[in-house]
Design a protein around this ligand. Structure first.
Ligand code: PGA
Length: 265
């Protein structure tokens, strides 16, 4: 069976105690699910990482950081280094989330340095990409995604590809004012992303999981996950209650099992 990926970024919402309670509940609710066919990750604020990484079994729920400096140490006030995250036992690093790019003005070149550093330090790297509404309206969505991929992944080596994940999150689809992409639109962009990854890395590129994110909810998750080039769902608000996220995951998997049979057995 083809592996399906589910993750959530809890942004700047939960305290450390709330994160732990959430992770414990999510781990318990999803304990019966086979992790060979389903990868699950949660990306809480930095201050929760130490407890989360030590108190939760990361074979069940992988714990990730929301950002990372590319340098091991130095004069970078306010930043957190790969060495520090490794020390805590964090396994995944998210890079280039839309809010990092658009509120904190991170560039593709900076995301590239972070991707290379994360992979060199042995982390799973989740690179987020997405077009703005303006780019979509100009008809340059695929061009802008290709630029983010080509710069962001420049220098990644073939043996690192198994630790790479891409989240496609259209900027206009994210957050309280976001409009979710239709399953058809998301599938077209995922197809373009997969083509670009294959161009960059050959057959290894085709194996890189590409997750859709941006106002994923209980209603649209099953119809997004059955699209042939959507390998997983990266969920914000609709995942922050463990019972709701568990249901979203189960409903999505059961839809895949009934509607995408070629991927099973
Ligand atoms: P949302 O967030 O699901 O609340 O739109 C998605 C994200 O920012 O990754």
């Amino acid at each position: 069976m083809k592996k399906i990926f589910f993750g959530t970024n809890t942004k700047m919402y939960q305290t450390s105690g709330e994160t732990l309670a959430y992770l414990r509940e999510l781990s318990a609710l999803t304990a019966d699910m086979d992790r060979d066919v389903m990868e699950l990750f949660v990306i809480p604020p930095y201050i929760s990482l130490e407890r989360a990484a030590s108190e939760i079994s990361q074979d069940a729920v992988m714990v990730g950081a929301q950002n990372m400096c590319w340098e091991d140490q130095g004069q970078f006030t306010g930043e957190i280094s790969p060495r520090m995250l490794k020390d805590l036992g964090v396994r995944l690093v998210m890079i280039g989330h839309s809010e990092r790019r658009h509120i904190f003005h991170e560039t593709d070149q900076e995301e590239n340095k972070k991707v290379l550093s994360a992979l060199d330090h042995g982390f799973t790297a989740l690179l987020c990409i997405g077009e703005t509404l303006e780019q979509k309206n100009f008809g340059i969505s695929d061009e802008s995604l290709r630029i983010q991929l080509k710069i962001g992944l420049s220098g990644v080596r073939e043996e690192q590809l198994s630790r790479l994940r891409i989240a496609y999150e259209p900027v206009w689809a994210i957050g309280v004012n976001g409009i979710p992409a239709s399953p058809g639109y998301a599938q077209e962009r995922h197809h373009a992303i997969k083509n670009c990854l294959q161009e960059l890395f050959g057959s290894g590129g085709a194996q890189i999981p590409v997750l859709y994110g941006g106002s994923v909810n209980a209603e649209n998750a099953p119809s997004l996950i059955v699209q042939p080039d959507i390998d997983g769902l990266f969920v914000g608000r609709s995942a922050w209650n463990a019972a709701d996220f568990n249901k979203l995951i189960r409903d999505s998997i059961s839809r895949v099992m009934t509607q995408r049979p070629p991927f099973y057995g």
